[in-house]
Design a protein around this ligand. Structure first.
Ligand SMILES: Cc1cc2nc3c(=O)[nH]c(=O)nc-3n(C[C@H](O)[C@H](O)[C@H](O)COP(=O)(O)OP(=O)(O)OC[C@H]3O[C@@H](n4cnc5c(N)ncnc54)[C@H](O)[C@@H]3O)c2cc1C
Length: 474
């Protein structure tokens, strides 16, 4: 009898008979893929090209029932199991090396009930899938800044984007989830049904099971917003940061800004003479009226001589995809994040200092304004916590796979992050953690909610079947 060796849960390889695998595969509505099968390469190609993990088998789920079958199979055989949504996690958590990857990316249905103001979303949907479906009704829920990101991973880690200041973390608008837990049960959880499970998955990542459907509360947004970006030469950085601070201080909830320092990309909307030179950019999304946007943005739009001002009335869906081209799939990415409570002099000085002599073409530090609705919830409203965050500070490096600058870029990120860490709330975003970050960082991101999260993990996944994630039992 022949068999396949698959990575086991206890760190030991497990021999699974071909007949057992064949029996499992024959039950699937989707397909079971080995490395030699068409489709396998797509399933293991992640956004972060640095990740080279190779599962022994990939289950391309064709239905919720396939997710249940896979959980039962992995548990029964004692196999390491990973879950792939959009494949965007920077740490490559979608894949296991040598184990079983459950790839949900074919399940992308989004059903909008405009009258009820709800969207039901399958776990393979991207942010763009959801935005397109909900905006057809002039509705939206809070999702992130790059449209190819998976809804599943983003939501389970908390989620933030241009609408966070109005509506809170993405999980604040999560009404219900359908999830396959480690015992193979398909459960629905909400604030009133299985409330402890619901509390835990609102930020607890993939620790609790395979999410097979998300139900989000929707809000009227757009379809037109006043949005885009303004870019200045870095020589203007002090004045831009001062205006950024004043505008964010006074901003209504409809206005979200992010500031970025980097070297100018060779983009057609920038003068050629600026390409490769240090610049400072402010990204803008105002979902109020155009008149309100004009007034609220005046301190920025009247500032100095911008290299480009692309702020205009545009589709919300276009704004949601505006940054896509800056984050091409397959490049190598390395990030570090902290939540910060405000824009102190010290933080802004450190921010500026990190760019002296920065040569890397695509490295940047971003300060996303997130303060607003999320601060109005108690810290223990969902595992996500971090209700004292006003900005997310994210240091990002990107380089081509064959670049010799990998080590220098990682070093730069770590150095810049260390310089800004003293200004942190003490919390960081679990969804921005890289694979070299210790378990301690995961625990830090949950702060005062950690003990309750651990208790929920012990109740719902006592054997830690769901461990290929930012694992709270790590
Ligand atoms: C370019 C880029 C931009 C981003 N911008 C933002 C942003 O604006 N706001 C923000 O909040 N985040 C942002 N993120 C971070 C993003 O939220 C995380 O990377 C998230 O993990 C991506 O989800 P995914 O489904 O694509 O991930 P995957 O890599 O597919 O999965 C990551 C992990 O999520 C869990 N998971 C995924 N699907 C399921 C499921 N169905 N059931 C249970 N667990 C599951 C698993 O633990 C899995 O290992 C961004 C990421 C990238 C790469």
């Amino acid at each position: 009898m022949t068999s396949l060796t698959i990575a086991g849960l206890e760190g030991r390889p497990v021999s699974v008979a071909d007949s057992t695998l064949a029996h499992f595969a024959s039950d699937l509505e989707g397909s079971l893929l080995r490395p030699e099968n068409p489709g396998y390469a797509d399933s293991v190609a992640l956004w972060n090209g640095m990740i080279t993990k190779r599962p022994a088998v990939v289950v391309r789920a064709g239905s919720t029932a396939d997710a249940i079958r896979t959980v039962d199979f992995a548990r029964a055989e004692g196999l390491e199991l990973s879950i792939r949504g959009g494949g965007h996690n920077i740490a490559g958590l979608a894949l296991t090396d040598g184990g079983v990857t459950l790839d949900l990316s074919a399940l992308r249905q989004v059903d909008v009930d405009a009258d009820a103001g709800l969207a039901r979303v399958q776990p393979g949907a991207t942010l763009g899938d959801v935005d397109r479906a909900t905006q057809a009704h002039g509705l939206a829920t809070t999702l992130g800044f790059v449209s190819a990101t998976g809804v599943a991973g983003l939501t389970l880690g908390g989620g933030f984007g241009y609408l966070t200041r109005r509506f809170g973390w993405t999980v604040d608008d999560l009404e219900e989830i359908e999830i396959v837990t480690a015992d193979g049960a398909l459960r629905r959880a909400s604030r009133t049904v299985e409330p402890e499970l619901f509390w835990a998955i609102r930020g607890g990542g993939g620790n609790f099971g395979v999410a097979t459907e998300f139900t989000f509360r929707l809000h009227p947004v757009g379809p037109q917003v006043t949005a885009g970006l303004i870019a200045w030469p870095a020589a203007e950085a002090d004045r831009v940061l001062d205006a950024f601070r004043r505008v964010t201080d006074a901003a209504p909830r409809e206005l979200t800004l992010a500031v970025l320092r980097r070297n100018a990309p060779p983009a057609p909307w920038l003068p050629e003479s600026a390409h490769g030179t240090p610049i400072i950019l402010v990204v803008v999304c105002h979902s109020g009226t155009p008149d309100e946007a004009r007034t609220d943005l005046e301190p920025l739009s009247s500032l100095g001589e911008p290299l480009a001002n692309l702020v205009q009335e545009k589709d919300y869906t276009a704004q949601q995809a505006m940054l896509d081209a800056t984050q091409p799939k397959g490049m190598h990415f390395y990030w570090k994040s902290e939540f910060v409570p405000g824009l102190s002099e010290g933080l802004l000085a450190a921010y500026q200092e990190q760019f002296v002599d920065l040569k890397a073409p695509a490295n940047q530090i971003v300060l996303f304004h997130v303060g607003g609705a999320l601060n109005e919830h108690p810290e223990d409203d969902g595992a996500v916590g971090n209700r004292d965050a006003a900005f997310a500070c994210v240091t990002q490096a990107m380089w081509a796979p064959d670049s010799p600058a990998a080590d220098a870029n990682r070093e730069w990120v770590r150095g810049a992050w260390q310089a800004m860490k003293p200004f942190s709330t003490g919390g960081n975003y679990v969804n921005f953690q890289t694979d070299d970050e210790p378990d301690e960082r995961t625990r830090e991101s949950y702060r005062g909610n950690l003990a309750r999260l651990e208790a929920a993990k012990a109740a719902y996944d006592p054997d830690n079947l769901f461990r290929v994630n930012r694992n709270i039992r790590g």
